[in-house]
Design a protein around this ligand. Structure first.
Ligand code: SF4
Ligand code: FES
Length: 258
């Protein structure tokens, strides 16, 4: 396959960026999207040019590092698929592909296609943990958890923190991410003692980081590679309303005991 790539190049955060055109002439349909970029970068390096900076780590759809907007869609538009798991057979020979970084005020560009997502880390630090000494592994039936709650918590825990939900949202809202991280703990008995404090602290941190409000457009759910459901946002809103009604001030916490 031969492809034309329009790639966002930006040397650093405070400098303006621009699209540059590259021809990818040796693309195999079975390559992953990131492998295709690797080949383009090898060509650029061979020509003495600066390679395209992009994030990746596991390349197995589990770490959330890969973060590209492809043809206007975070992760490229293959439902339930990260960029690293998308293959070039989804494109046609001769296609022009536009590649951009996540675009949100809370995710400033570091270089080219790499953005700073430490805002998500600070939201987790605000409350995404359980403050107990877990000790050794308990007997499986020592703490009963209803099957439907275990399944729901597991669905929420599938969030890989990639940030595509923010990149897709016209408000740059992080509600789907925060809801998943709140609910996978709040739903389980182990997470209930800190439920109120957790939801208030994480929502407060989300607001401080400059993410926008949720207007329930559903764009986040549509692009989420782990297909996290909008229902978790409704659950988090309910937990938040209950916590506010109880009136307990959130305690600032940093880190958690494992
Ligand atoms: S909710 Fe989905 S899109 Fe958002 S960070 Fe988690 S996995 Fe990524
Ligand atoms: S590189 Fe880990 S999810 Fe894509």
């Amino acid at each position: 396959m031969k492809l034309t790539l329009q790639v966002w190049r930006q040397p650093r955060a405070k400098e303006p960026g621009r699209f540059e055109i590259y021809l990818a002439t040796q693309v195999h349909p079975d390559m992953s999207f990131l492998e295709m970029l690797d080949v383009v970068n090898e060509d650029l390096i061979a020509q003495g040019k600066e390679p395209i900076a992009f994030d990746s780590d596991c390349r197995e759809g589990i770490c959330g590092a890969c973060s590209l907007v492809i043809n206007g869609v975070p992760h490229g538009g293959n439902r339930g698929t990260t960029v690293c798991q998308m293959h070039m057979r989804h494109f046609r020979d001769g296609d022009t592909i536009t590649i951009e970084p996540w675009r949100a005020r809370a995710f400033p560009v570091i270089k080219d296609l790499v953005v700073d997502r430490t805002a998500f880390d600070r939201i987790i630090q605000a409350g995404g943990f359980i403050s107990v000494n877990a000790g050794g592994a308990p007997d499986a039936n020592a703490l009963p958890v209803a099957k439907h709650l275990a399944d729901l918590a597991m669905d929420a825990a599938a969030c890989i923190g990639c940030g595509a939900c923010v990149a897709a949202c016209k408000n740059a809202s992080a509600m789907l991410f925060v809801a998943a991280k709140v609910q996978h703990l709040n739903l389980l008995p182990q997470g209930k003692p800190e439920k109120d404090r957790r939801v208030k602290a994480m929502v407060r941190q989300m607001d401080q980081e400059g993410f926008g409000n949720c207007t329930v457009t559903g764009s986040c759910e549509a692009v989420c590679p782990k297909e996290i459901s909008l229902d978790f946002i409704a659950r988090m809103n309910r937990d938040y309303a209950v916590a506010i009604a109880k009136g307990e001030p959130p305690k600032a916490r940093v880190g958690g005991a494992g």
